[in-house]
Design a protein around this ligand. Structure first.
Ligand code: GDP
Ligand code: IMO
Ligand code: MG
Length: 432
């Protein structure tokens, strides 16, 4: 069997969590392959909303294996809080949840370093979620990180103290007093104590050589769904650098983040919103700094699932979507939040960018360095509530036109339309 991948084609928050939850019925294993608790994946069913940060979005389905791959970074304290959320809903994860020993650990000092480095950037700050993502991946690449498997080692505390002391030296060298800083409103020492208690809980979970487990699953014909975090335009290589996250977020990261070969990948599902949002700093060509942008934020409830920050909003960006589709090798599209556009008389689409009097039809290096002027066209809106529709035939004409246009421009068929946050709000488009 093969591995299918679900990932985001914009700047994150496309609705990946909801789609993974809906797709889980068709798979045996759901595996996260990169990112960490910077992600916030929202699932809604039975009138309840759940936000997952590190735990795969298949966790609410009994009998499905949920795997945290080697490419993920994990903060024990945040992770254990997520587990407590599952306990409260009676979810039995002990047998179904597995964590790669090769996944790196986010230490309390990584979070302090994230805050210090952002502070030093001043007006050029990335707008990080301050979960320690950048410093943890930095230590991984610098070959000095600590991994989940290290928790099983007798000398873990010594290794922890060595890395902590290195971080302290760095911060002191930059003029900070680490012991005077707070994390989530707590003094360092108190936070660190909670981190160690949480680390004990992680030790009791199923820690595995996840690449071997995945290969065994593939060999026995199990169906695997790889769940991406963030989005293509936050990818450390291809995103709007430096305003990106510190991991590769694209389809190929499923190979390195799970230990599977490229030929194991089958479908790549690209999830995107019917408009565009971004949280944090960096270029956003179609951003609407006006009442329309405010209306998108209000109707779409565009506030971060992890940090609660207001998301920047704008029209759909075709050049960026074309780029993301190409880089990921997307085979099927899934559009979310079309329902949010129902009140709008006109729907804007960016067809191309003008940069220094040149026209570009794809995202490119100059989008990250120069002033970009979006070339917009407007289509008629559908002005109809679509949150209750279940069938293809019920899709309003102008929305169907919008879907056809996007499929034609991106050269990829659209498989589903998501019409609301709930698990049930999905319309299949592949029966046309
Ligand atoms: P993710 O990070 O890609 O999983 O997305 P988030 O959970 O951060 O943000 C997506 C938000 O939109 C969440 O609040 C979802 O519940 C919600 N959502 C997902 N799909 C739809 C949809 O089709 N319509 C509406 N109105 N909301 C949706
Ligand atoms: P999901 O999986 C939206 C953004 C941050 C910031 C930049 C770097 O929910 O789609 P980091 O904390 O990674 O150092 O922040 O990336 N960012 C996200 N934006 N959704 C996410 O994840 C994000 N994860 C990181 O806002 O601009
Ligand atoms: Mg999110």
């Amino acid at each position: 069997m093969k591995v299918d991948v679900i990932l985001g084609l914009q700047w994150g928050d496309e609705g990946k969590g909801k789609i993974v939850d809906v797709f889980t019925d068709d798979y045996d294993v759901i595996a996260r392959f990169q990112g960490g608790p910077n992600a916030g994946h929202t699932l809604e069913f039975d009138g309840k909303k759940h936000v997952l940060h590190t735990i795969p979005s298949g966790i609410f389905h009994p009998g499905k294996m949920n795997l945290i791959g080697n490419g993920v970074i994990l903060d024990p304290r945040i992770f254990v809080k997520e587990l407590q959320g599952l306990d409260a809903h009676g979810i039995n994860y002990r047998a179904s949840l597995h964590i790669s020993r090769r996944a790196h650990l986010i230490l309390p000092t990584h979070r302090l370093m994230d805050a210090c480095l952002e502070h030093m950037k001043g007006d050029n700050k990335i707008g990080s979620t301050l979960k320690g993502i950048g410093p943890t991946y930095t230590d991984k690449v610098a070959r000095q990180g600590l991994r989940v498997g290290d928790l099983e080692a007798g000398d873990f505390n010594d290794r922890y103290n060595r890395l902590k002391s290195w971080h302290f030296q760095l911060m002191q060298g930059l003029g900070f007093d680490p012991l005077g800083l707070v994390i989530e409103g707590m003094p360092f020492g108190a936070y660190e104590r909670e981190w160690f208690v949480a680390a004990d809980t992680i030790r009791e979970l199923s820690l595995v050589d996840s690449e071997q487990l995945i290969h065994a699953m593939l060999a026995s014909g199990k169906r695997i769904l790889a769940e991406g975090a963030q989005g293509a335009l936050l990818d450390v290589d291809f995103g709007s650098y430096p305003f990106v996250t510190s991991s590769n977020t694209i389809a190929s990261a499923a190979c390195t983040g799970l230990g599977i070969p490229p030929q194991a990948i089958d479908e790549v599902y690209g999830v995107f919103k019917a408009y565009c949002t971004r949280v944090g700093s960096g270029p956003f060509p179609t951003e609407l700094l006006n009442e329309t942008g405010d209306a998108l934020r209000k109707h779409g409830h565009e506030f971060g699932s992890t940090t609660g920050r207001p998301r920047r909003c704008g029209w759909v960006d075709l050049p960026a979507l074309k780029y993301a589709t190409a880089i990921n090798g997307v085979t099927r599209l899934i559009m979310t939040k079309a329902d949010v556009l129902s009140p709008f008389e006109q729907i804007g689409i960016c067809d191309a960018y003008q940069i220094n009097n040149e026209t570009f039809s794809q995202w490119n290096y100059r989008c990250e360095t120069d002033q970009v002027i979006p070339q917009l066209r407007h289509l008629p809106g559908w002005r109809e509530d679509i949150t209750q529709i279940n069938h293809l035939q019920e899709i309003p004409g102008p929305l169907m036109e919008y879907i056809r246009l996007l499929e034609k421009e991106l050269g990829v068929p659209m498989q589903y339309l998501s019409t609301g946050p709930d698990r049930c709000q999905m319309v299949a488009l592949d029966k046309r």
